[in-house]
Ligand binder design. Structure first.
Ligand SMILES: [Zn+2]
Length: 242
């Protein structure tokens, strides 16, 4: 099928969330795991999910600037969190690049899961995201950034990443992903966000201040609890070494 932007072949590997973010999340002596698509149990992740049917080398490289900016932003947030800082102050000298990073992750996810037809998941916003990412358009959808407070034990925050998914709050729809302790919410329509979330908007901020939220029990989040319970069952034994 070729590149979704220019139809050129061959296409190259595109990571849905930049690979470097998974490395940033790895902890000494631990592995990153994810649920399986084919049933209960988990699989070990090396570098997150990718798709090699989306973009040619040139258009993959066109997203590199957004990805590097987002990775640097997340690493700095994680560095501050790991140092025990409670109120984070993360420099954001190019706010549009952070919006671009979120758009890139969501566009790649939508393109990958729809077999190369991101409009199936994003509707008319597929075209607008494409213009932001590849044609430097002025469209700047509302981006909210916050810290997640999902705990696995008292005082112990979960090392959680979630691929882009639709998240509803007060009947408003966001595209959300979670990585390195941060929640990115992108709002593609023009409806204002709920008042409690409006303060999280970062589109014009050259420095982003993030405070700790009240701890939340992850098992009280119905969708998350269901997928964690599925992962808790060990994977079926496979034959190895052949
Ligand atoms: Zn291309």
């Amino acid at each position: 099928m070729g590149c979704l932007i220019c139809t050129t072949s061959p296409t190259v590997k595109s990571h849905i969330l930049p690979r470097a973010l998974f490395h940033a999340m790895k902890r000494e002596g631990q592995q990153l795991v994810a649920g399986r698509k084919d049933g209960p149990g988990y699989r070990v992740l090396q570098s997150g999910e990718w798709d090699d049917r989306l973009l040619c080398a040139e258009h993959e490289a066109a997203l590199g600037g957004f990805d590097r900016y987002g990775v640097e932003f997340c690493r700095e947030a994680k560095r501050q969190m790991d140092s025990g800082k409670r109120a984070l102050e993360i420099p954001n000298p190019k706010p549009r690049a952070l919006v671009g990073f979120a758009c890139a992750c969501i566009w790649r996810y939508a393109a990958s899961r729809s077999g190369g037809r991101p409009e199936r998941a994003l509707g008319p916003y597929a075209q607008r995201l494409k213009e932001v990412l590849f044609e430097a358009s002025d469209f700047s959808p509302l981006l909210l950034v916050s810290r997640h407070a999902y705990e696995i034990d008292a005082g112990e925050t979960m090392n959680l990443a979630m691929l882009p998914h639709i998240y509803n709050e007060e009947e408003l729809r966001f595209w959300r992903f979670i990585v390195c302790g941060l929640i990115f919410d992108l709002k593609l329509d023009n409806r204002p966000p709920p008042p409690a979330m409006a303060t999280l908007a970062v589109n014009d901020l050259a420095e982003i201040h993030l405070f700790e939220d009240f701890p939340q029990k992850i098992m009280r989040q119905p969708a998350l609890a269901r997928s964690l319970q599925r992962m808790y069952r060990p994977p079926a034994r496979t034959r190895r070494g052949r």
